[in-house]
Design a protein around this ligand. Sequence first.
Ligand code: SF4
Length: 405
Amino acid sequence: MTAVSAHAPQPPAETGLAASLTAVERQRILAKSALFAPPTGMLPDGRRDLIGLSREELTEALVAIGEKPFRTKQVWHWLYHQGVTDFARMSSIAKPLQAKLAEQFVIGRPEAATVQTSTDETRKFLFRFRDGQEAETVYIPDRREDRGAVCISSQVGCTLSCTFCHTGTQKLVRNLGAAEIVGQFMAARDSYGEWPSPRGETPRLLSTIVLMGMGEPLYNYENVAKAMKIVMDGEGIGLSRRRITLSTSGVVPMMDQCGSELGINLAISLHAVRNDLRDEIVPLNRKYPIEELIAACRRYPAASNARRITFEYIMLRGVNDSEADARELVRLIAGIPAKVNLIPFNPWPGSAYQPSTREQLAKFAQIVMDAGFASPIRMPRGRDILAACGQLRTESQRERRGLPA
Ligand code: SF4
């Protein structure tokens, strides 16, 4: 099925008062996000982690130990193209400098506390960071081809309490830093030995990133953006922006910035088409209702027929899966270059919902397809290891006092 035309008239980007209100709201979100900041990349012994630094910061760090700025390119290549974790393996760098770098810096990776591989080859990593906090990362191989998606977490826990989501039952502990976000991808790649970074048309096993793990990435925008810029840098990992998808529950004020600054693909956790129901399932809807969310999708700069916005829709029996819901869904997204991922609900211990029946799933999908939208039913992967959508959760607890809920 092809998507609807991308040439339908698009509303203009916000102007005047609306734009300045959005800017104020964006500042508020960034200020709140800073309250949950990750620890710095400095180790107790005074060495600094080089992973997660922007190129400019890497240059500053090297200049600060008396090196010339041209070293940045060389070190960047070893960190992100070759993927080394030991300065002694940087063979184009003289041994005395290797030793000096090792005295001042480290090349960090999160520790894989557990690694579980499902019967369907999905692999779930529980990564432990330097302060002991943990987050989960899932690699989902494409069974037909040598490629796959890495589902990355952006926060430890989540503030949003979507009712179908196991992660939402875990309070937000803190944001993940850029090093920890890039580090999940790099450590997953270590596990598959996929270094140096494949170039050009060479197939990649870990070929796409989906920011769909624990947390709301647009509530940790600055760290996520920094990490994605590192991942996209053509002299390192070099993953194209077309191969990265950020999934949001609908943090409308940050969506425009994400589109214009990063230009990555967008997925929306929609899950309901009426505000009364979405207020309940995705409580963030009370702040940014469906109309505002859909308007932000219509003006999302990186969307086109070739790069459609994905609407994620979890199918909950008797709750959001009626034919009337399907018809309202296609009315809402008419004119947006979009596809709809229908996700059978994966029950988790204590969840209140049931998955839709196969018949209802098929009827819903048919209505969406008949309206011209691709609507694949996403088969749950890694169910036996609780790695499927909405099932991620760790035992990390919020320890610091005085943080807002
Ligand atoms: S679906 Fe995403 S935003 Fe909602 S509670 Fe789960 S992790 Fe948070």
